[in-house]
Structure formats: C-alpha cells, structure tokens
Write a protein of this length. Structure first.
Length: 86
C-alpha cells in the first residue's frame, strides 16, 4: 500500500484536498471527510489513467518533505492528511 501526503484546506462547508505528488489530482466536499474521500477516489482514477498510458506513478513524498517545502500554510488553516493508494 502506498501513502501519499495531501493538503487539506477549507472552512464551513467548502473543503478541498490536493495531492502534491500527483499533479492535477484533487478532491472536494462539504466536510473534511467528504473532501478526503473524493481525493482518494480521484487519486485512484489518476493512477489508472497514468497506468493505461504506460506512464510512471510518482513516488510519494514524506510529511517531512512537505513541511520543509513550506507548502502547508498552517497559519491559514491548511493541514497534512495521508491518503492510501491500493
């Protein structure tokens, strides 16, 4: 099982999750749980499309990599979540 670090952001009933290592892969929903579920589904579809084209699936970054990159705006309410692939 592969785990990807994603970034969760939102408030009230608008939430989004973007998967840093999978360009263009993201999900959304009315709650954090819905956004995570949608992003997990999008991640599977993203990987299936890449596999169908015989393109590689990128290796996941670590949480430490993401924190070092400064891509998480914790002051702005963003947080890291872990999504499982397969």
């Amino acid at each position: 099982m592969i785990r990807y670090v994603a970034i969760l952001d939102g408030a009230d009933d608008v939430w989004g999750v973007r998967v840093r290592d999978l360009p263009g892969c993201h999900g959304g929903g009315a709650s954090p749980g819905e956004a995570i579920a949608d992003a997990t589904s999008a991640m599977r579809e993203w990987a299936e499309a890449r596999t169908a084209r015989h393109l590689p699936i990128p290796d996941p970054s670590t949480v430490a990599d993401l924190l070092r990159s400064g891509e998480i705006d914790s002051a702005g309410g963003e947080s890291a979540v872990i999504l499982r692939h397969r």
